[in-house]
Design a protein around this ligand. Sequence first.
Ligand code: 8DG
Ligand code: MG
Length: 138
Amino acid sequence: MEKERPTVGTGIFIRKNGKILMGKRKGTLGGGTWALPGGHLEMGETFEECVTREIFEETGLEVQNIKFITAQNNIFDDGISRHFVTLLFSADWKSGEPKNLEPDKCERWEWFTWGDFPEPLFIPTKNFIETGINPLEI
Ligand code: 8DG
Ligand code: MG
């Protein structure tokens, strides 16, 4: 059997009028926690294509000014062992109202002011916020 290796994920801070978008996750990994829109990098995709596609598939929003912020090494050991290298991006809202287009994976989307976050946060999202980097100011 082939050895399992980490996969690549993306998380995006979508900025609109000083707020950012988060969704309440459903499912085994981080179910019930609030996280950024995002998902797996698919075979042959550029980072920008992945960001644009994931946001559109999950929320129906269009974004612009996609910028790489940082990478995280996310090892989940709580029962399900999964390992992601997550690339974090910022992007500006361009058009649309967030719709819950994948209701099996997300309970709802909401805009949040920086510092006024919902709880509980998805662990990788919490870890990023604790770095002190503010995606609204970069
Ligand atoms: P699926 O088809 O794989 O179910 O959906 P997906 O949209 O591609 O997967 P996802 O679960 O939303 O994201 C892929 C992984 O990326 C996720 O399982 C864990 C990792 N990840 C982080 N941080 C973040 C984040 O802030 N948001 C999201 N959506 N995923 C993140 O490590
Ligand atoms: Mg996703």
